[in-house]
Design a protein around this ligand. Structure first.
Ligand SMILES: Cc1ncc(COP(=O)(O)O)c(C=O)c1O
Length: 400
């Protein structure tokens, strides 16, 4: 067996199952889960029809790994509309089967484990795939804590020079899961300068970019590069997907874009890995990337929900409306201290599931930046999210 497999940590939901194994939820309440970050709004009909309509012709041949030129063009046109960024559909874009597999595969492509002590830098808390991708690529993750005092910006400035020297890949998550924070231009500039100095690749995970609460749409990695005059996107790859934008997590469709010098070896890797997108999914993806109306409506639903639930929770927890994404990253009241105890008691008393923040972060330099926080995914319909917020308010009041 591959010995690196033993380094993989149990997924947060597995740990949650164990945490709740002996909890009996209060049967007076129907269960509400804010635990899993999976979109639950309806998939737009036109996407389903495009998928179904292409079944006759779409399943008879092996699709090329580079995807249909029409799909790459649709992705490039979206990048232009959304970020005013122009890329070559032929050399700077690749379709991927959702950003999860692409994040993983990118690490396998860029990390050279024959170099001593390879490091992959990632924020803390973070999306767990970054860590597993680093381990299986033969690198060690270095966790950079988010700073609650600076809208959860990762403390890139605190990474020691000796770590940057060995760093081959940096994961950026903006908008962040679980923090909802968008990385501003000066931080991009800092990372680009470090990348120029040390030669590492930046993977910018942007899958929550279309769900935002401020007027201005979140800054993208390629957009930041262009603003700073980096027209070749040197050492930069952005990853995005339709899962959250178009409510199709089951379709497994996204794309990566950026430095052509990285896209080329990534295509080679993917050819062997066997990650080609079904032509039927490609047709539905073209329809989805070309339409913006459903994205505007989807965002409206999230805005409505967050505008109702966030102010209720703000009164009892350390939480505020995030920049973007569909999570509330909430500090539990001081008397709880332990986020796992808070989650267990909330389930037992009010049948609401939240994810302990410590499960989404790692102990590093003596502390776990997720401790004392919980992640609440407001993915259910508005009424259910509001009911969950009401129960959490009652729970906190009745336990003080
Ligand atoms: C930060 C982050 N990146 C990537 C993904 C993967 O999403 P997908 O593979 O559906 O694009 C998720 C999914 O929840 C996520 O939270």
């Amino acid at each position: 067996m591959n010995p690196l497999l033993s380094k993989l940590q149990p997924y947060p939901f597995e740990r949650l199952r164990q945490l709740f194994a002996d909890v009996t939820p209060n049967p007076d309440y129907r269960p509400i889960s804010l635990g899993i970050g999976e979109p639950r709004h309806a998939t737009p009909d036109f996407i389903k029809q495009a998928l179904a309509g292409s079944l006759d012709s779409g399943l008879t041949g092996y699709p090329p790994t580079g995807g249909d030129p029409q799909l790459r063009e649709a992705c490039a046109a979206w990048l232009k509309r959304r970020y005013d960024v122009e890329v070559s559909p032929a050399t700077q874009i690749l379709p991927v089967l959702g950003s999860r597999e692409a994040l993983f595969a990118l690490a396998q492509t860029v990390v050279d484990s024959s170099r001593p002590d390879a490091v992959v830098v990632c924020p803390n808390p973070f999306y767990q795939i970054y860590e597993g991708a680093a381990f299986l690529a033969g690198a060690s993750p270095h966790y950079v804590p988010s700073d609650p005092a600076r809208n959860f910006a990762p403390r890139w400035d605190q990474v020691p020079a000796s770590v940057w020297e060995r760093t081959q890949l940096v994961f950026v998550c903006s908008p962040g899961n679980p923090t909802g924070a968008v990385m501003p231009l000066p931080e991009w500039q800092m990372l680009f300068e470090l990348s120029d100095k040390h030669g590492f690749v930046i993977a910018s995970d942007e899958c929550y970019s279309e769900i935002y609460f401020r007027e201005e749409a979140p800054l993208g990695g390629l957009e930041a590069a262009l603003k700073l005059g980096r027209t070749d996107f040197k050492n930069l790859i952005m990853l995005t997907s339709l899962s959250k934008r178009s409510n199709v997590p089951g379709m497994r469709s996204g794309f990566v874009a950026g430095d052509a010098a990285l896209i080329k070896p990534f295509l080679l890797y993917r050819t062997y890995h066997g990650s080609a997108m079904s032509p039927a999914v490609q047709t539905a993806s073209i329809a989805a990337w070309n339409d913006e109306a459903h994205v505007v409506e989807n965002r409206r639903l999230y805005r409505e929900k967050f505008a109702l639930a966030a102010p209720m929770l703000e009164k009892v927890m350390d939480v505020r409306l995030p920049d973007a994404g569909f999570y509330l990253w909430a500090g539990v009241p001081a008397q709880w201290e332990d986020d796992t105890r808070f989650a267990r008691e909330l389930l037992a008393q009010y049948n609401v599931t939240v994810l302990p923040g410590s499960y989404l972060a790692r102990e590093a330099a003596g502390s776990n930046p997720g401790r004392g926080r919980v992640r609440m995914a407001l993915v259910a319909e508005t009424a259910e999210c509001v009911e969950a917020a009401e129960r959490i308010v009652k729970f906190i009041h009745s336990n003080t």
